[in-house]
Design a protein around this ligand. Structure first.
Ligand SMILES: [Mg+2]
Length: 185
């Protein structure tokens, strides 16, 4: 097998962004507590408190550094994928949050070098063979470009879950990646 490029998203794929952002929203606006189940798309302006904004919700200093790792299998599985393939991290980060996200990676996945750290909102412009992501727009674009995909099931991708391979734990993720990459070879 040639060395393949495996692209992995960060937020709500490697770590839990939305639960933490919701936690802080609800501390600020206890009269309008949000739940994960309400996040059925990425247009949060419809549901967050009227005083909330992108900067308040996603721009809290330190937010990206304190996010919890997705689950107990994440680090070992990412390490296995990294050992076997060209693993790139691709995050649609706010520019101001890039240093925090890089520090998070250094702390949890220090074997990933900065050559493999891509900040890109338009992920469809990048070359890769497999994408692991929770964003429906990213999964749809990757599939349209003929790429393999593994989706992380979250409330905001519910409408497309039946169309994609979905995996809600990192347990066995590297095996699934290898199975996908050897299909049709
Ligand atoms: Mg994401």
């Amino acid at each position: 097998m040639d060395r393949k490029i495996v692209a992995i998203d960060m937020d709500d794929t490697l770590c839990h962004l939305l639960p933490r952002a919701i936690h802080y929203h609800n501390l600020l606006y206890p009269d309008l507590p949000l739940t994960m189940e309400q996040i059925v798309n990425f247009d949060l302006r419809q549901i967050w408190h009227h005083e909330c904004s992108e900067d308040v919700f996603f721009g809290r200093p330190g937010l990206y550094e304190e996010l919890e790792i997705f689950d107990e299998y994440t680090i070992a599985e990412v390490e296995k994928i990294h050992a076997q393939h060209d693993l790139i991290i691709v995050t649609a980060s706010r520019p101001d949050s890039v240093p925090e996200k890089w520090r998070w990676l250094q702390r949890h996945l220090p074997f990933i070098s900065y050559e493999n750290f891509f900040v890109a909102k338009r992920k469809y412009l990048l070359e890769f063979d497999v994408l692991i992501d929770d964003g429906p727009h990213n999964l749809l674009a990757a599939r349209a470009a003929g790429k393999k995909t593994i989706g992380i099931p979250r409330p905001w991708n519910l409408p497309i879950q039946s169309e994609f391979v979905m995996k809600d734990s990192w347990q066995g993720m590297s095996e699934l990646v290898n199975e996908m990459l050897t299909e049709n070879e």
